[in-house]
Ligand binder design. Structure first.
Ligand SMILES: C[S@@+](CC[C@H](N)C(=O)[O-])C[C@H]1O[C@@H](n2cnc3c(N)ncnc32)[C@H](O)[C@@H]1O
Length: 255
């Protein structure tokens, strides 16, 4: 899968390639705290935490945090930053489709379109079900997704940019039949070509995400197009879902 090679190869360099995300971290955490009604020392799971932008910011604010990611190089980078800042965060190396036992959490966040990586719908659904099972009833989930209505229009777009000493050329193509957004990324780092990566992400329209959240045992409380709490509009690149873990339904015990 592309995401294994991409994130393992890049390791801490993702912080340079995605340098533009760093100015969003505090506003994103402000949004999450507000939207999920969080108060320290609530326990928050940071799903697909990468190098720990949000985990660290939450720990700084007094939250208990468990950052979860399958990429060891990403987690090593996150741990190094936490150690340097003397912040306590639990790091768990796991695939989101198969989470280990964890203490029931008060909330989970998943920022920067890290859901929908799997080609099979059942895998993307499994992530939501696994997360629901690690949350207290009533706990909140924030799922920051690509807004399909906008991204399906981006096929054919090419852009090149330089950030943090890294040069990225990105070509986008949308495959409407398989509903996959493809991106070809050529990444140069410190003047040498690090690699060419083909990335795919499955695009779900908002009603489909709502249904998948409900099927996994969540009640959607809001969907937003920006961090100011505005509605998702046709021109919003992101759709940020806020949901609550519905109580687990128990069957009456047979008499
Ligand atoms: C776009 S980065 C987002 C990182 C972080 N949430 C942020 O906002 O900076 C996506 C992350 O998802 C992780 N990831 C991809 N597939 C995964 C999987 N199946 N299970 C767990 N983590 C995964 C990658 O290793 C990577 O760190």
């Amino acid at each position: 899968m592309w995401w294994e090679r991409f994130y393992d190869d890049l390791g801490p360099a993702v912080d340079r390639i995605f340098a533009s995300q760093h100015s969003l971290t505090e506003p994103e955490v402000d949004f999450a705290v507000r939207a999920l009604g969080l108060r320290p020392p609530a326990l928050v799971l940071d799903l697909a935490c990468g190098t720990g932008r949000h985990s660290l910011a939450l720990a700084q604010r007094g939250f208990q945090v468990v950052g979860i990611d399958r990429s060891r190089p990403q987690l090593d980078a996150a741990r190094a930053k936490a150690d340097a800042a003397k912040l306590k965060v639990g790091w768990v190396e796991a695939d989101l489709r198969r989470l280990p036992d964890l203490p029931p959490a008060d909330a989970a966040i998943c920022f920067f379109n890290s859901w929908g990586y799997f080609l099979e719908d059942r895998d993307n659904r499994a992530v939501l079900t696994q997360v629901r099972a690690r949350l207290q009833p009533g706990a909140g989930l924030l799922l920051d997704t690509l807004h399909a209505d906008w991204w399906t229009q981006q096929g054919g777009r090419t852009r090149a940019y330089v950030t943090g000493g890294a040069g990225v050329t990105e070509d986008l193509a949308y495959d409407g039949e398989r509903r996959l957004l493809h991106a070809r990324w050529r990444v140069r780092l410190d003047g040498r070509l690090l690699g060419t990566y083909i990335i795919h992400q499955r695009l779900y329209r908002p009603p489909e995400i709502r249904l998948r959240l409900q099927d996994a045992g969540f009640r959607v409380t809001g969907v937003y197009g920006d961090l100011e709490g505005g509605r998702t509009r046709p021109w919003s690149p992101r759709a940020i879902w806020v949901a609550a873990a519905a109580p687990v339904r128990t069957r009456p015990h047979p008499a």
